[in-house]
Design a protein around this ligand. Structure first.
Ligand code: ADP
Length: 202
């Protein structure tokens, strides 16, 4: 790929659990030719492989609690320092509170970078819960118990939702209706990013 066809989109996708941000994140990242950096996926992969990190975070994930900020931010910094993230990335699941926003700001500023856009997937709580119940049956994720789901949604409302206003003040939030077909939602996100002047590969 030549330099001219490269995009440099630095994106974050935010939404409540069950909003479909994982699915949409993969689609959008693909069309921009950038890697998805999902902290949840990183933690789950480590748990599956039984690494030291995995052992440290298993109980935290099962309870639906947050992994400590310093540890999470260090993992993200390492991941974003890899070559494939040089020209952009799509963050999913990080930052999740204002402390993590500070860590990310500091890291990106050190590289002369900043987020270009924050995609906010809007989905009502009842819809999120219904989708998560379905996912619990389909995927059997160990943190998709009723208790852990409710706890994660509470953390979302109390800790993650406040980061939206931080990014809104910077004028980089694109609020997208997350109810509809997968293709419709991808189309809405694409349109919002294109309107921002961010270019997709195809
Ligand atoms: P969900 O959005 O459905 O909760 P994720 O895959 O994003 O799923 O996250 C799963 C779990 O991984 C979280 O409940 C939390 O324990 C941990 N985790 C993911 N991202 C972070 C983060 N940025 N900070 C702390 N913990 C995190």
């Amino acid at each position: 790929m030549t330099e001219g066809t490269r995009t440099a989109a630095r994106l974050l996708i935010v939404g409540p659990q069950g909003s479909g941000k994982g699915t949409q994140g993969v689609r959008i990242a693909e069309s921009f030719g950038i890697p998805v950096v999902s902290t949840g996926d990183i933690f789950r992969a480590n748990i599956k492989q039984g690494t030291e990190l995995g052992q440290k975070v298993t109980a935290i994930l099962d309870a639906g609690d947050l992994v400590p900020d310093e540890l999470t931010s260090e993992i993200v910094r390492d991941r974003l320092s890899q070559e494939d993230a040089e020209n952009g990335f799509l963050l999913d699941g990080y930052p999740r509170n204002t402390t993590q926003v500070g860590h990310l700001d500091e890291f990106l500023a050190g590289r002369g970078e900043a987020l270009d856009a924050v995609i906010l997937l809007d989905v009502p709580r009842e819809e999120s819960i219904a989708r998560l119940r379905l996912r619990a049956v389909e995927q059997g994720r160990s943190d998709d118990t009723e208790e852990a789901i409710a706890h994660r949604l509470d953390i979302y409302e109390n800790e993650t939702a406040p980061i939206i206003s931080v990014y809104e003040e910077r004028g980089i939030v694109d609020r997208v209706d997350g109810v509809g077909s997968l293709d419709e939602i991808t189309e809405r996100i694409s349109a919002a990013l294109t309107a921002r002047g961010l270019r997709e590969l195809v």
